[in-house]
Design a protein around this ligand. Structure first.
Ligand code: XMP
Length: 327
């Protein structure tokens, strides 16, 4: 039987040795639970689902079926990295679904933030369930539930999305091999499982992805401007030693235009807002102040390389009063 609760006296996993012991224990538990049956996993490429995938690959190999749904709102290079790491390197049984058109068509013209979130969440379940129905003999569903998820659901703060909100007729037994771990422990375990550091130590990224950084109705051109400017920001943060030091950083491209001038001609384009913040509890965040040189360089690159942008702004607002995301 799998360990359900974090023992009060459990030592925090901070070293490779402790991680190895945890991994060995989980491999045994997973094998006992799953036997020779198949396990399904929605693999987003985020820290938790990636570590669960790596653990299950070690424990049950190709009895694990991973489904990576690309909703078109992922960051630049993310779906490619999931395929490279899991299919090419770890030899996972990976189903890749490019559902970009489905999501963007459903989102066309939708401006209300909560409606956007509902569409993205609902469509995700639908695509995932469709893939699950195509498969035979799946009895288990793996999830990247972690200890704070369980504590928050017990405290009534967050609904613990058991079985990922799948339709009633799809019943699976859950496999949750990291559910007694804190996030920092999941990262240590992930590193020992051979996952790349930029996957294990990556900044938090919302489920609705770039969709909430393209405020108002999402259009493909503005979404592309968010994706490209975000990629430049991440590249420059990595180059300047800020990756892994600043808690979260991203760009937002709001839905309004202003005049500018480029090559002697008038332009009428979007602004790009940079947000870089630090926090320990997410309830309050402070702003990371960047050097003038870095800001100047970011402005230059974003204006030059991202079509549709003619201004770059920096958001100096802490939380409260502002939230992290714009919607
Ligand atoms: P806010 O904007 O609420 O963000 O201050 C706090 C943290 O939560 C992330 N966030 C989300 N994560 N689904 C998620 O999985 C969401 O809908 C969502 N909205 C915000 C945000 O990126 C930040 O880390």
């Amino acid at each position: 039987m799998a360990t359900d609760r974090r023992p009060d006296d459990m030592v925090r996993i901070t070293t490779p040795e402790l991680a190895d012991a945890f991994i060995a224990g989980q491999i045994k538990e997973i094998r006992e639970q799953v036997g020779d049956k198949k396990v399904l996993l929605a693999l987003s490429g985020g820290v938790d689902s990636s570590v669960v995938a790596a653990l299950l690959i070690k424990a049950v190999g190709d009895q694990l079926v991973c489904v990576h749904v690309n909703h078109g709102l992922l960051r630049k290079g993310e779906p490619e990295q999931v395929i490279k790491v899991f299919r090419d390197e770890m030899k996972a049984n990976l189903i890749y679904v490019d559902a970009t058109d489905r999501f963007l068509d459903k989102l066309a013209g939708v401006t209300d933030p909560e409606t956007k979130r509902k569409i993205i969440g609902g469509e995700f379940i639908e695509v995932f369930a469709e893939e699950a129905r195509k498969l035979d003999g799946i009895e288990f569903l793996a999830q990247g539930t972690i200890w704070p998820d369980i504590l928050e659901s017990e405290a009534g703060i967050k609904a613990h999305h058991n079985a990922g909100g799948l339709p009633e007729d799809m019943k699976f037994e859950l496999v949750e091999p990291v559910k007694i771990l804190f996030k920092d422990e999941v990262r240590v375990v992930g590193e020992r499982l051979g996952l790349p550091a930029n996957m294990v130590y990556r900044q938090p990224f919302p489920g609705p992805g770039l969709g909430v950084r393209c405020p108002g109705a999402i259009t493909r051109d503005r979404l592309e401007a968010v994706r490209e400017s975000d990629a430049i920001l991440r590249e420059e943060f990595a180059r300047n030693g800020l990756e892994g030091k600043v808690w979260q950083y991203f760009t937002v491209v709001p839905d309004f235009k202003s005049t500018g001038v480029k090559d002697g001609k008038r332009t009428f384009d979007w602004p790009c807002i940079i947000r870089a913040i630090n926090t320990t509890d997410v309830m309050e965040v402070t702003v990371e102040h960047l050097s003038n040189e870095l800001i100047d360089h970011l402005v230059e690159r974003i204006i030059k390389e991202v079509p549709g942008i003619n201004r770059v702004l920096f958001d100096y607002t802490p939380k409260p009063p502002a939230t992290v995301e714009y919607e």
